[in-house]
Design a protein around this ligand. Structure first.
Ligand SMILES: [Ca+2]
Length: 434
């Protein structure tokens, strides 16, 4: 008899998806440590909310909050937090021309790096604010990977208190065309909560260089670099999702948020305690109908929250992202000759579905079918991100022949369009764009 496998995911970077490279933490969870409850209580008893807890293996300190104080060290999700503002100790300092995400990496994990284009003015560079308190007489260590792309090789890096204007530490120096790690330490002589990390060109010359795998931590040596989560991500409130997979079907078990993280240095573990969406409902404003106490009980809210979770965490479209092929999609009126997988354009992932309307037919498009079948009376939302040109219908219909339709005009920018339909009959549902 097959045994269900249980998966645990945490949206560390709070991007609304559990698909980040390190969001699936299942392999780190001690197998006998997972527990959860949906908080179902007997009739007439007090409403109980759900909870979950599990314990990570933490022998490499991946889940120790102080492991890395830099919250965008790898550029995997862009350049958030980085700035070309010249908040640098030398005067006059100048802003770099740009910092962008590029596909490259220092071999420390991930696939992206940051590329800095310096302006040609002396002390041109970029900064990243580190929003944590640096304490007097505590030594902090930094490791940063740099690679020259063009121009000057006179690059340095440091930590700096922007208001005190003192307590500067400087590292790096002459960089090369190969990725290399540069390290330095800083021991502030007073407390600071306004510290920035900089990387800049010390010469009055143009320079382009790349940055990756930055490590900042208290201590005399830099911790080994590990791809996320970092200090700013190991915090309460991050979404948590536990589900079991049985015969290739996923069954949600728990949806909630981190309440607390408790590292145990001696056992080299970190225990995570979570609360569920129902307790979250008690913490946020909700819109309820008039006479809410008469019309809706807390049990209704619970059932709806769980229903939303069970419906909302699954995508019924069998092949929504075209990452490997365009299976499950067909062309209307017939065939697939006008459909192709396009890796040059994509909203998410690495590919999109490209459809060129032939102009032969008054309408042409692409369609897919829901599996499993939809149920009468339950609303379904079909949404796509689209880019291109022309006027289109977005439609979803049921086997009873009724359908809902929305029109949109595609533009040169990826934009989300959606349509909602409540099937009148149960069975396989079609969704299509034409
Ligand atoms: Ca990276």
């Amino acid at each position: 008899m097959p045994v269900p496998t249980v998966a645990v995911r945490i949206d560390w970077d709070a991007d609304g998806a559990f698909t980040g490279g390190y969001d699936d933490v299942s392999s780190r969870v001690l197998s006998d440590s997972v527990s959860w409850t949906r908080g179902r209580s007997a009739d007439f008893s007090a409403e109980a909310t759900g909870a979950a807890s599990f314990t990570f293996r933490d022998d490499d300190h991946r889940f120790t909050p102080d492991r890395n104080w830099h919250d965008n060290p790898s550029f995997e999700r862009g350049t958030t937090g980085w700035s070309t503002a010249p908040a640098l100790p030398n005067s006059p300092s100048s802003a770099a021309t740009s910092i962008t995400q590029v596909t490259d990496d220092a071999g420390q994990g991930g696939t992206k790096a940051g590329e800095v284009v310096c302006s040609g003015s002396q002390w041109s560079g970029v900064v990243f604010a580190i929003p944590y308190a640096f304490r007097q007489s505590v030594t902090y260590s930094v490791a940063i990977w740099l690679k020259k792309m063009s121009g000057s090789t006179s690059i340095d890096c440091g930590l700096y208190s922007t208001t005190a204007g003192i307590d500067v530490a400087v590292g790096a120096g002459t960089i090369t065309t190969s990725w290399a790690k540069y390290t330095f330490t800083w021991t502030p002589t007073s407390d600071h909560s306004d510290v920035v990390l900089w990387a800049r060109c010390t010469a009055a010359a143009a320079a382009t260089f790349r940055i990756d795998a930055i490590q900042v931590n208290p201590g005399a040596t830099a911790n080994p670099y590990l791809e996320a989560p970092t200090k700013g991500q190991l915090v309460p409130g991050r979404p948590v999702h536990i589900y079991a997979t049985y015969s290739a079907t996923d069954y949600p078990l728990f949806s909630g948020y981190i309440e607390r993280l408790t590292p145990d240095p001696r056992a080299q573990t970190t225990t995570v305690v979570c609360y569920d969406v129902l307790r979250r409902l008690g913490e946020v404003d909700v819109v309820v109908p008039a006479n809410a106490l008469v019309q809706r009980s807390a049990r209704d809210f619970r059932r709806e929250a769980l229903d939303d979770f069970e419906r909302g965490d699954r995508n019924l479209i069998p092949n929504p992202s075209f990452e490997t092929d365009i299976a499950e999609w067909s062309q209307w009126p017939s065939g697939t000759s006008g459909l192709s997988r396009d890796t040059s354009e994509h909203y998410d992932g690495a590919a999109s579905l490209k459809h060129i309307a032939s102009g032969i037919y008054s309408r042409s498009g692409a369609y897919s079918r829901f599996t499993p079948a939809a149920f009468a009376g339950v609303p379904y939302r079909f949404s796509i991100y689209a880019k291109g040109s022309g006027s289109w219908y977005l439609r979803v219909g049921d086997p009873g022949g009724t359908y809902a339709s929305a029109t949109f005009t595609a533009t040169g920018t990826w934009t989300r369009f959606s349509v909602t339909h409540t099937p009148a009959a149960s069975g396989t549902v079609f969704c299509w764009v034409e």
